[in-house]
Design a protein around this ligand. Structure first.
Ligand code: FMN
Length: 158
């Protein structure tokens, strides 16, 4: 497994699609919060999903999830997939992206890098542990985030 990048820009500036489920039923949404690192001597990826997202249901129901990064030209599509819910639209049909069953989960033909993760640990980001200014701006009127830590089992690069 090999992935060299500026991690501080990779999520924050490029964005990604977080996808969970199988060909029979999956959902995907745009994320810009996440990290890559090491835990329990394993390579891991961490993502944060508000409990209100449709994708949250799929994250809870499935053992695997994928993080897909795309060439710049897909950014507008990522914008749409990050502002509309799979509850209200057929995300695959309207985005024009091509989903591909991959190693038990879902990736996309158009992605340049796909990180396949096996869920290791899930925990609510409890408001009592979050600085007040962040609670005020992000959690007073919105659902909490659950943190999902996944073991990176495969990285697919085009
Ligand atoms: C650039 C960008 C980054 C986002 N990052 C996150 C994130 O890290 N976590 C999260 O819960 N929602 C994030 N969102 C919001 C979800 O992508 C958005 O609510 C989406 O419509 C959820 O879709 P779903 O209901 O089909 O799961 C982001 C949206 C955008 C546009």
């Amino acid at each position: 497994m090999d992935f060299n990048t500026n991690i501080f820009e990779q999520f924050d500036k490029k964005w990604a699609l977080l996808t969970a489920g199988t060909e029979a039923a999956f959902n995907t949404m745009t994320i810009s919060w996440g990290s890559l690192g090491t835990l329990w001597s394993k390579p891991i990826a961490t993502v944060y999903v508000r409990t209100s997202r449709y994708t949250h249901e799929f994250m809870d129901r499935n053992d695997l999830f994928t993080i897909s990064f795309f060439p710049e030209k897909y950014k507008q599509i990522l914008g749409v997939l990050g502002s509309k819910s799979g509850r209200d639209m057929d995300k695959m049909k309207e985005s024009g992206l091509t989903s591909v069953p991959t190693s038990g989960s879902i990736s996309f033909e158009e992605a340049e890098v796909t990180i396949i993760c096996k869920k290791l640990f899930t925990q609510r980001l409890e408001v009592r542990g979050i600085p007040d200014d962040i609670v005020k701006s992000l959690y007073e009127d919105d659902a909490p985030h659950d943190m999902y830590i996944g073991e990176v089992v495969e990285i697919i690069r085009k």
